[in-house]
Design a protein around this ligand. Structure first.
Ligand code: HEM
Length: 57
């Protein structure tokens, strides 16, 4: 939450493949990790709950 805006994180969770195709930050991580994050098929609401959880960390 300190590195990324909430919208960016929501997009990474909900639109994982599109982010890995188009977002420079996500692509930089893909180059580092060499693993494509599998889309977790979270709903918008579930992703928002994960985001709220991340705020508590
Ligand atoms: C509900 C489960 C998950 C959530 C909420 C989640 C969320 C995220 C977020 C927010 C990022 C960006 C991190 C950053 O900006 O520093 C990220 C990146 C990443 N995640 Fe996940 N993730 C989940 C599950 C997984 C799983 C199961 C894998 C297993 C391989 C995974 C692999 C990765 C990788 C490798 C990256 C770096 C980008 C890439 O190389 O694709 N994630 N994840």
């Amino acid at each position: 939450m300190t590195k990324r805006k909430p919208e960016w994180i929501m997009n990474m969770i909900v639109h994982t493949d599109a982010m890995l195709e188009t977002d420079a930050e996500a692509q930089k991580m893909l180059e580092e990790c060499l693993v494509r994050m599998p889309n977790q098929n979270l709903s918008q609401d579930e992703a928002r709950q994960v985001l709220e959880f991340m705020r508590t960390l």
